[in-house]
Design a protein. Structure first.
Length: 251
């Protein structure tokens, strides 16, 4: 009987934890809407926090995060797989070091450097976000494949499987949990760093935060920050759902 109760309480805790992040995100969003509706805002604050402006900035932010994360996955996962192959293992260390260096540079520095070298705008901001978020996806892909038990690979080879078949049927499925964890980290990084894309004319919620700083409007600054936090919590929750349902059964 106690075992049944323990199982039920554990399931209840997991269920509560599952809905905690979206609940907090919704609460923040509702609080922001109530504040904007009833607060005594001046004309500048009202214009900066107009519903159309918030919706546009949020849409730009989500667009930046989605496009940059997809690009990061399309680059990081295949590159991580390639660097674990026998002929490319020697350059795996230098490539990881280069990716680590890109993340060690302050994010605003990456954005400004690319803006100086190339141009401003949406795609330049996406390129900076990819450079900044590439490391966790690349590293987790490599570590996930490298930690696969060698005896499983040898068993597959002994059954007549080619290297490609071993990769598709054994190595990648077993590495999926770590790869998904890296993608989740990249998503959260991109949500935060995308606030700086406003300095390259790419828009996003950072434009609201910057308006609050430049015009010395504290309510605008706080609202922009709270919206970014709410979006980060919501993205983290969605990534957790995806991580739970995309991993192979039994892992």
């Amino acid at each position: 009987m106690s075992t049944v109760l323990d199982i039920r309480s554990s399931a209840a805790r997991r269920s509560t934890g599952l809905w905690l992040l979206p609940a907090i995100s919704v609460a923040i969003g509702a609080g922001v809407l109530i504040f904007i509706r009833f607060a005594n805002l001046d004309s500048i604050e009202a214009r900066a926090l107009a519903p159309d402006a918030i919706i546009a900035a949020t849409a730009q932010h989500v667009n930046l995060v989605v496009v940059s994360t997809i690009a990061t996955i399309l680059i990081g996962v295949p590159l991580g797989v390639l660097l674990t192959r026998r002929g490319a293992r020697l350059i795996g260390g230098p490539v990881l070091a280069l990716a680590s260096g890109g993340q060690a540079i302050p994010s605003i520095g990456v954005l400004v450097l690319l803006a100086i070298l190339f141009s401003t705008g949406f795609w330049m901001a996406v390129a900076a976000l990819v450079l900044y978020a590439l490391l966790p996806v690349l590293r987790n892909t490599m570590v996930g494949i490298q930690q696969v038990d060698r005896t499983l690979i040898d068993a597959g080879r002994g059954m007549g499987m080619t290297r490609g078949m071993v990769l598709r049927s054994i190595e990648l499925p077993l590495a999926v949990p770590l790869i998904l964890a890296g993608i989740r980290v990249a998503l959260i990084l991109n949500v935060g760093v995308a606030t700086l894309a406003t300095f390259t004319n790419a828009g996003g919620l950072g434009s609201i935060i910057t308006t609050g700083i430049v015009l010395n409007r504290f309510p605008v600054l706080v609202i922009g920050s709270l919206l970014t936090i709410a979006l980060a919590l919501l993205v983290d929750w969605l990534a957790g759902i995806g991580e739970r349902y995309l991993r192979p059964k039994g892992l």
